[in-house]
Design a binder for this molecule. Sequence first.
Ligand code: HPA
Length: 274
Amino acid sequence: MTISQRIDAAYEYIRTRTDAAPAVGLILGSGLGDFCDRLEGRTVVPFAEIPGFPVSTVEGHAGAFVFGTYRGQAVAALQGRIHYYEGYDQQEITLPVRVMARLGVRSLVLTNAAGGVNLDFAAGCLMLIADHINFSGRNPLIGPNLDQFGPRFPDMSDIYTRALREKIRPLAAQAGIDLREGVYMMYSGPSYETPAEIRCFRTMGADAVGMSTVPEAIVARHCGMDVVGVSCITNMAAGVLDRKLDHSEVVETARRVKGDFTRLLEIILDVLRG
Ligand code: HPA
């Protein structure tokens, strides 16, 4: 099946399961997935059920769409995103974003766990993504353009919608959330970066580094969606502190900041409701 046919097949299948009309999409990062449980009237559609859909290989993250409402607002959430490092092409890992577009999603909230590259950051900070650097070595729009979604050469100058960030920042400050803002750099993973790479990325203008988000953001923007991105700085990146990186630290920090992270998501969803 072509990518277009896979998008259509997934859309048709989901329509047999729900008539949800979400305007907002949500993709939750490592250790940040619990928010899906707060959606009311949930319909869960596992990727494994959807014809032609990639299935996440990360343990405990098989992947599913979760449809529901949050404070009356219809939301399509993704539980367990698929990562480039799992071996799928970026066109495939962004299929869920295209399907969301077909379902009517106009704004996408992307969250991730990331390493802090900016030396003013510390584990536990939240960072609003102002812009990104695609250092993955690939672009999800490579291949025939899907004209029904957007143009061949889409503009990326305001990929993380500035007008939304300007509304979110003061509300986060009022809520007492220490919200930073900066540039997210995508590294393919799955190995963590080396200290030399992190020094290089800092020179290149990165504030945080992670293994996701950029492909989804590019595809969402291609579809004309507004994009909001939030990184949870779960650890300082390699070489910043004199110790090794471990995935358990990522999960542990994400758990520790869950309260602030959830309040920030609530603020973002309120802003998107308008
Ligand atoms: N590097 C890349 N990805 C990450 C990191 C990191 O230090 N922490 C969480 N995700």
